[in-house]
Design a protein around this ligand. Structure first.
Ligand code: DX5
Ligand code: ZN
Length: 220
């Protein structure tokens, strides 16, 4: 089994000290940095855009995992690629042409992901599996950090694990929302290899200990 990837979500960081925060999370042993882009339209919250992503690139060497919660997403894909994204994920509901959007991300030289809301079925993935580097399963409704993990999504995670294994392709299975030391083992057991955590990392005083707790769940 491959090592678990921990991707702290910057949404829970101190926005007045973002440069220091991303440097600290890299030093604390994070694998990727998860950047939540919200437009106040696709989700009921506003976060930050490509200019902030670009500014942070100088302060952090981790892969930038950009989670777009914007609609439409297509007009902004190039801007996030140029800002320094390594992987760009979008929701199928963000536009009429999921396949084309994924092709665009690939053509920009970036890895591509699809994000499934709690109400979105795994079946949307089947026609685009050949374009995917990552599937992100939301275990909360997107828009805010600090919400409770939706256990109802665990069968969907297991279903997608089976789809990925059957595809024979190298596709990450990432979970986002309510991931803590208590819920991380449920995700891994269902087949996840990549965990996003906002408040469970940036909300703790010791980032290294918080990341270690996600890798080595305490069994709470
Ligand atoms: C929610 C975002 C998440 C958020 C997770 O819309 O996609 O990445 O930061 O926050 P926690 O880990 O606190 O649930
Ligand atoms: Zn996210």
């Amino acid at each position: 089994t491959r090592p678990l990837i921990i991707a702290p979500s910057l949404l829970a960081a101190d926005f007045a000290r973002l440069g220091e925060e991303v440097a600290a999370i890299e030093a604390a042993g994070a694998d990727w940095l998860h950047l939540d882009i919200m437009d106040g339209h696709f989700v009921p919250n506003i976060s930050f855009g490509p200019a902030v992503v670009k500014a942070l690139r100088k302060h952090c060497g981790l892969p930038f995992d950009v989670h777009l919660m914007i609609a439409p997403a297509d007009p902004y894909l190039a801007a996030f690629a140029e800002a320094g994204a390594d992987l760009i994920s979008l929701h199928p509901e963000a536009g009429p042409h999921l396949h084309r959007s994924l092709q665009t991300i690939r053509a920009l030289g970036k890895k591509a992901g699809v994000v499934l809301n709690p109400g979105t079925p795994a079946s949307v993935l089947a026609p685009v599996m050949d374009l995917l580097d990552l599937v992100l399963v939301m275990t909360v409704n997107p828009g805010f950090g600090g919400q409770s993990f939706l256990h109802s999504q665990l069968p969907k995670i297991a279903e997608i694990r089976r789809m990925i294994d059957a595809s024979g392709r190298d596709i990450h299975l990432q979970i986002d929302g309510g991931v803590t030391a208590a819920t991380a083992p449920l995700c891994v057991e269902a087949g996840a290899d990549t965990l996003v955590a906002g408040t469970a990392v940036f909300g703790k005083p010791d980032y290294a200990a918080a990341i270690a707790a996600l890798r080595q769940p305490s069994g709470m």
